[in-house]
Design a protein around this ligand. Structure first.
Ligand code: NAP
Length: 296
């Protein structure tokens, strides 16, 4: 069976159109969702990521307060800026682009962000709320994965899900979200990592495989069952002399072979990637609604 490709760009475009309509309605009530963005240093990948976030805000009508700081910014100045954003009612979400340059303490900065404006969902308060099943900002990439599944008609409830990767930004929060007793959860989840014995024995049993290892070809076709749903979070550069940049992007899954066995699969690029920024916009709009008392 050749898989149906999950078009992340299309799902993201649909969600952004929904958000744009919502923002237009909010503006009629005098509410303008605002995102505070802080980029420290000149890292090219971070710069292009932040530019994409700012463009996305503009596209759907979110006010974006952009702050570019030099790499030699002090911890104190950075914390002061975050505090200012915490106290600024025009800002509903704060995004500090990671990684920060060497010498700056990331954990301390993230702890300073008001959990009610933590639209990345990285603050321990939000992480804890997810674990105990309370309402919280859901971290963007894992939430994007869940939206891709649900909007592709995949039943998560009761599914055997195998996640490959246990990072704090993808694997662990995704596992916590998928085991919750709610409409986006109720799955049976296995989390694999580099110390997992016989990875294939786990992935072969999975109804849904989610690869977030950061390593090409981690999932090959002999490791999955017929009809599996595959979500590839990985983004890896592999050398390619035919490309202008000298490389191309691939995921963690051997896409060409696995797509012949899967029922649904995400490509890289064009799968999970477009969803991450979309879920950041979603959280910012959600935060503005909460601040205005429109939702709890
Ligand atoms: P990370 O912090 O490096 O974590 C990778 C995880 O995968 C670790 O838990 C590691 O296990 C596990 N792992 C690595 N190789 C493995 C293998 N051969 N078998 C089993 N487990 C293995 O990476 P991350 O930040 O979670 O990101 C994962 C990938 O997703 C990266 O390619 C990243 O670029 C991509 N990503 C994409 C988006 C997006 O928006 N599309 C967002 C975030 C991340 P150990 O814990 O034992 O080391």
């Amino acid at each position: 069976m050749a898989a149906k490709i999950i078009d992340g760009k299309q799902v993201a475009a649909d969600m952004r159109a929904e958000l744009k309509a919502e923002v237009t309605e909010l503006k009629q009530k005098g509410i303008v969702p605002g995102l505070g963005v802080i980029l420290v240093g000149e890292d090219p990948a971070s710069q292009s990521y932040v530019r994409a976030k700012e463009r996305a805000c503009e596209e759907i009508g979110i006010y974006s307060d952009d702050n570019r700081l030099s790499a030699d910014t002090s911890q104190e100045d950075l914390m002061t800026l975050v505090e200012k954003m915490n106290n600024n009612p025009k800002i509903n979400g704060i995004l500090v682009q990671l990684p920060l340059p060497k010498g700056l303490n990331e954990a301390e900065v993230l702890l300073t962000i008001d959990p009610d404006k933590d639209v990345d969902g990285f603050h321990p308060t939000n992480v804890g709320k997810i674990v105990v099943g309370e309402k919280a900002f859901l971290p963007c990439t894992p939430h994007g994965v869940i939206q891709l599944l649900l909007r592709s008609g995949v039943t998560i409830e009761g599914a055997n899900v195998v996640i490959v990767g246990r990072s704090n930004i993808v694997g662990k929060p995704l596992a916590n979200m998928l085991i919750q007793k709610n409409s986006k959860g109720n799955a049976t989840v296995t989390v694999c990592h580099t110390r997992t014995k016989d990875l294939a024995s786990h992935t072969k049993r999975a109804d849904i495989v989610i690869a977030a290892a950061g390593r090409p070809n981690t999932i090959t076709s002999d490791m999955v069952k017929e009809g599996v749903v595959v979500i590839d979070v990985g983004v890896n550069r592999v050398e390619d002399a035919t490309k202008k940049k000298g490389y191309r992007l691939v995921g963690d899954v051997d896409f060409e072979a696995v797509k012949e066995k899967a029922s649904l699969i995400t490509p890289v690029p064009g799968g999970v990637g477009p969803m991450t920024i979309t879920m950041l916009l979603y959280n910012t709009v959600e935060s503005a609604k909460r601040a205005a008392g429109l939702v709890t």
